[in-house]
Design a protein around this ligand. Structure first.
Ligand SMILES: Nc1nc(=O)c2c([nH]1)NC[C@@H]1CN(c3ccc(C(=O)N[C@@H](CCC(=O)O)C(=O)O)cc3)C=[N+]21
Ligand SMILES: [Mg+2]
Length: 296
């Protein structure tokens, strides 16, 4: 048996098409183009790649985009002052501070991202947006889990009544993913490093989400036959002759799991692409809310 491959590229194209349509409708109605500001601090090479991808997606959809590059010597005060300016900036509807932050700023991540107005928080990291998600109210939802959910919907994977197991409990992926699946009436279990007999739990899953950050962590024998496996992991292996930059792999032993699963996302070419595409949707959603609120 061989699983259906859920192509991130295909679903991302659909998300972007939706976002572009909604952006054009807003331009028509309000004469305003949705705008994103991405703040990047320091020179981390992976972050540079991700930020470039986000900027490129904005160009592709003809959204307004600003990339604000700050040196790693920037102080927290300077950084939050820059966020405050963007909070007031009428051209900007979404603000994102690229993570991880370098050096001492890393320990102030909550305070820094929390400075972004909830209405412009297109990462969905602000406690107000976290609260809205848990309470089942409209708000901005973190891009990776929101992208996974929309993919499941478009792929016709049944969530209502399904057993869903999320491995990993981060604020960025695991917890919001669990909230979204619960909202869709799945029976949700969240596993983590203290979970006993993890394999017995994951083998119950109709929908298995891996977000642990460890290559090959989910093996074929942990997957229920026919299950949908979503691999959120982005791990770079040490460089070798074939992969001078290091091979990119997920948290799932793809070759093994694909023999057992009914459907599976690859890495690369899976969830990462959905994340960027969903960011575009969040920017347009944020713009729509702000423009509607300004009207009256
Ligand atoms: N404030 C903030 N928001 C984020 O959403 C955020 C962040 N910080 N910090 C880092 C993580 C990671 N992330 C990814 C985005 C795109 C790909 C992506 O495009 N992946 C491609 C290829 C990537 C490659 O070749 O390196 C793929 O999986 O096929 C992956 C990972 C967003 N993040
Ligand atoms: Mg991927």
């Amino acid at each position: 048996m061989s699983a259906r491959i859920l192509s991130g590229k295909e679903f991302a194209a659909k998300f972007k098409e939706d976002a572009a349509k909604r952006a054009r409708a807003l331009e028509e109605k309000y004469g305003v183009t949705p705008g994103l500001a991405v703040i990047i601090v320091g020179e981390d090479p992976a972050s540079q790649v991700y930020v470039r991808n986000k900027d490129r997606a904005c160009q592709e959809l003809a959204l307004y985009s600003e990339v604000i590059r700050l040196p790693e010597t920037v102080t927290e005060q300077e950084l939050t002052a820059r966020i405050d300016e963007l909070n007031y900036d009428k051209r900007i509807h979404g603000i994102l501070v690229q993570l991880p932050l370098p050096g001492a700023l890393a320990r102030r991540e909550k305070e820094i991202t929390g400075r972004i107005l909830p209405e412009k928080d297109v990462d969905g990291f602000h406690p107000v947006n976290v609260g809205r998600l848990v309470m089942g109210e409209p708000g901005l939802v973190p891009c990776t889990p929101a992208g996974c959910l929309k993919m499941l919907e478009l792929a016709g994977i049944a969530m209502d009544g399904a057993r869903a197991v999320v491995v990993g409990r981060s604020n960025i992926v695991g917890k919001p993913m669990a909230s979204l699946l619960l909202r869709e009436n799945a029976t949700v279990t969240v596993c983590h490093s203290h979970t006993k007999d993890l394999a017995a739990v994951t083998r119950e899953a109709d929908i298995l989400v891996a977000a642990v950050g460890r290559p090959g962590f989910i093996r074929a024998d942990m997957v229920k036959p026919g299950a949908t496996v979503i691999d959120v992991g982005i791990n770079r292996l040490p460089p070798d002759a074939d992969h001078p930059r290091g091979k990119l792999v997920g948290d799932v032993d793809f070759a093994g799991a694909a023999e057992v699963a009914g459907a599976i996302t690859p890495v690369p070419g899976g969830v990462g692409l959905l994340t960027v595409a969903m960011l575009m949707e969040n920017v347009v959603t944020a713009a729509a809310c702000q423009l509607a609120a300004q009207k009256d």
